[in-house]
Write a protein that binds this ligand. Structure first.
Ligand code: HEM
Length: 227
């Protein structure tokens, strides 16, 4: 594998882990959350620099339904990331508390909540869009995978997605996305791993949905071409 590809994958893995830990907010500590947020910003910039060829070609070529969906997701993720960062800087109580910002906290709090939870869902869908690429790499690394293993992994994916539906409802993620709940509930008695596993499953649900929606769009494009 080329070094650039290794770097790209490392940045993507880093962003996925950072996102999961960012969602735990106070469970990892307020200051740690802010440092993680700043780390996420650096990784996000690196992700865009490493994928700059995609951005350069934005105005070129034909837009298939899949490309429209992909571009829409990128724009929405960008907005969520900008929303999380700007509001995070305003709300900072530790790392950036020296900045002379004293107003706009109430608006920033709502913006932070919407951007963080919509960002979580949209980034997971975006990950799902590129899932087939990751599976192709896994196939290359393990060329002799048996069909039993393939089916076992598929069943596992369905299981994770199904539990993800439960976790999404149980943690009331939609409540935060639509600001039905103004303050996030964190149970400090709960071990961090349980919180993380629920969010991994919720992420898995949207990766699953993103992957199969992209496959559907690919299928539609192929059919249209053959007509
Ligand atoms: C992608 C980046 C980020 C994500 C996904 C994220 C996620 C979250 C989540 C889930 C919460 C708890 C819910 C809430 O109160 O809104 C939260 C709260 C908070 N975050 Fe972030 N965050 C990000 C970046 C940042 C950054 C860069 C900072 C500051 C440097 C920051 C500072 C804060 C603060 C101060 C709170 C508490 C807000 C309050 O008082 O209600 N966050 N964040």
């Amino acid at each position: 594998m080329k070094p650039k590809m290794i770097l790209k994958i490392s940045v993507d893995v880093g962003m996925t882990i950072a996102l999961l830990f960012l969602m735990t907010y106070e469970l990892v500590g307020q200051a740690a959350h802010e440092w993680l947020g700043i780390g996420m910003f650096i990784l996000f910039v690196a992700h865009h620099i490493l994928n700059r060829k995609w951005s350069r070609n934005l105005l070129k070529g034909y837009y298939t339904p899949l490309r429209i969906w992909q571009t829409l997701l990128v724009v929405l993720v960008l907005l969520c990331m900008a929303g999380s960062m700007v509001s995070g800087v305003i709300l900072s109580r530790h790392v950036l508390s020296f900045l002379p910002i004293s107003s706009g906290r109430s608006l920033a709090r709502s913006l932070h909540m919407i951007s963080a939870y919509w960002g979580f869902v949209l980034m997971s869908l975006h990950l799902g869009l590129h899932w087939s690429m990751m599976m192709a790499m896994a196939r290359k690394a393990f060329p002799n995978a048996s069909s039993v293993r393939t089916w076992a992994l598929r069943i596992l994916a369905v299981g994770i997605a199904a539990y993800g539906v439960y976790a999404f409802i149980e943690r009331d993620i939609a409540g935060y996305m639509f600001l039905r709940i103004q303050f996030v509930f964190f149970d400090f008695e709960e071990p961090l791993i349980f919180f993380l596993l629920d969010y991994v499953a919720a992420m898995g649900l949207f990766v699953f949905a993103g992957h199969y929606f992209a496959e559907l769009l690919k299928c539609c494009s192929r059919k249209r071409k053959s007509v």
